[in-house]
Write a protein that binds this ligand. Structure first.
Ligand code: KIV
Ligand code: ZN
Length: 520
């Protein structure tokens, strides 16, 4: 009986459901790096992508499958043989491969492929059987389970179990359920469906009503022993259950939720930062566990209490999630050894050449800024050197701004190894800079988001700029940091254009990638 154990498996889908969220596209190298961090932190199953969606997804899943040391590597496949075969091929080199196949079972989702209930049941039988003939570990999901008729849900789950599924995932695809209902649904399914005791039930919650974490924990109380989640709660619309929230809730409130996971929680902060920078989705300041303010105590009463006894206002220690205590900032006299030690403290294990690159940029920053704080170092480590695959980079920028419009930007971009200069006017220095980029490298992408965050306090703080562009339904995000906000803006814009070019290449000139929501 699978519910006899109190060990809850953590299934991370940052690289599939998270990356699917518009604008969160990550590069191949970023996916490999995040998969490695997930593996090191003790995630049980990594859903590494949707192999049929694009060549890039296939390559990422298969490379992650080859590299991962501990975790099961899973790929997503719709309910057809072509998807499943491609998925099996992508995960086949994993020490522990898994195929996750799904179909939408609610009335609204059944209408898309236009299958009758019987035809869909037959399709589930055929596809799960096929997947099971290819790998031993098959997960099956009735998409939109929480809006599927009870009798039909029981019927199709039974079919999937009989066809060989080893994990049954119950997705709350549109974030519709509530905690009591979530617990009851899993409990009743386990009690009702023949064979339910022989498989693991998983919970997969979306956060449309802000209840994803509560619903996932309730599902565990109902008997689920796998939680599907993403780092920072990344995911479509309002996102998925946040890994850090469920894991820390189970740890801190073990007294009332006596379940364990295999996660090394001290690795949470580092991976949260990496996912934020790779996806371009900054973590909101007051986000539970990983927000900048999650452990900050501003008010006098709180600070006084904290100094006397940290437990007055803290239910977990910052170190539990990998946040180093306050430490001294570095300055322009700090050497390479101090920088390496600081990077290690912050969870960055850099090779010698990477250290050299970060050190050069650290010295430039320290010349402009008196004190270089931990967050500055993280921004430096994350902005990294321009990958060689980048076709565009910013070589020179000078803006003229002030009270008299229009403002202008004099820009030199290196495009495919050649320097091109242009001066453009605009409504403010950032607009002028973006106009200059467009003049040098014409494109039809539309600016969807422009966001500036100060990394630390003070007028000499670095700014992290996020730029999101949309072209033909493809959405990409670029991010960059600099003490000069306009320079950071130019770099972020250029980074987004570089990502757009990769996306164009990946999907063929005019075709969009396959969506997991396309009809089967
Ligand atoms: O939300 C959802 O239903 C999904 C499925 C593909 C499992 O992500
Ligand atoms: Zn989902």
């Amino acid at each position: 009986m699978t519910t006899a154990t109190n060990r809850v498996k953590i299934f991370d889908t940052t690289l599939r459901d998270g990356e699917q969220s518009p604008g969160a596209t990550m590069t191949h190298d970023e996916k490999l790096e995040i998969a490695e961090l997930l593996d090191q932190m003790g995630v049980d199953i990594i859903e590494a992508g949707f192999p049929i969606a694009s060549e890039g997804d296939f390559r990422a899943v298969s490379e992650i499958a080859q590299r991962s040391k501990n975790a099961t590597i899973c790929g997503l496949a719709r309910a057809n043989f072509k998807d499943i075969d491609r998925c099996a091929e992508a995960v086949r080199h994993a020490a522990k491969p898994r195929i996750h196949t799904f179909i939408g079972t609610s009335p609204l989702h059944r209408a898309i492929p236009n299958l009758t209930m019987d035809e869909m049941a037959e399709r589930i039988h055929e596809t799960v059987t096929h997947a099971r003939n290819l790998v031993d570990d098959v997960q099956w999901s009735p998409m939109d389970a929480t809006r599927t008729e009870w009798d039909y849900l029981c019927r199709v789950i039974e079919i999937a179990i009989k066809a060989g599924a080893t994990t049954i995932n119950i997705p709350d695809t549109v974030g519709y359920t509530a905690p009591r209902e979530s617990a009851d649904l899993i409990r009743r399914l386990i009690e009702t469906v023949p064979g339910a005791d022989d498989v693991i039930f998983a919970t997969h919650c979306h956060n449309d009503l802000g209840m994803a974490t509560a619903n996932a924990l309730a599902a565990v109380e109902g008997g689920a022993r796998q939680i599907e989640c993403t780092i920072n709660g990344l995911g479509e619309r309002a996102g998925n259950t946040a890994l850090e929230e469920v894991v820390m809730a189970l740890k801190v409130r073990h007294d009332i939720m006596p379940f364990t996971t295999g996660i090394d929680t001290t690795k949470i902060m580092n991976i949260s930062r990496r996912v934020a920078s790779a996806s371009g989705f900054n973590v909101q300041y007051n986000k539970a566990i990983v927000g900048k303010n999650a452990f900050a105590h501003e008010s006098g009463i709180h600070q006084d209490g904290m100094l006397k006894n940290a437990e007055t206002f803290e239910i977990m220690r910052p170190a539990d999630v990998g946040l180093a205590g306050t430490s001294l900032p570095l300055g322009k006299h700090s050497g390479r050894a101090a920088l390496r030690a600081k990077l290690n403290d912050l969870g960055y294990d850099v090779a010698d050449n990477e250290l050299m690159d970060i050190f050069v940029r650290f010295k430039e920053l320290a010349d402009r800024k008196k004190e270089v704080y931990d967050d500055d170092i993280v921004a430096l480590a994350q902005s990294g050197a321009a990958p060689e695959s980048n076709r565009l980079s910013v070589k020179f920028l000078r803006v003229i701004c002030g009270t008299e419009a229009p403002q202008s930007a004099d820009l030199i971009l290196t495009v495919d190894g050649k320097d091109i200069q242009h001066t453009a006017k605009g409504d403010g220095p950032v607009d002028a800079t973006f106009n200059a980029v467009k003049a040098i490298f014409p494109h039809g992408a539309r600016l969807q988001l422009y966001q500036v965050h100060a990394v630390t306090e003070g007028t000499d703080a670095q700014a992290t700029v996020t730029v999101r562009l949309e072209e033909d339904g493809r959405v990409v995000t670029g991010q960059a940091a600099d003490t000069d906000t306009v320079v950071a803006s130019a770099k972020a814009y250029v980074s987004a254009v570089n990502r757009l070019l990769v996306r164009r290449e990946k999907s063929g000139k005019d075709t969009k990638e396959v969506s997991y929501k396309d009809t089967i």
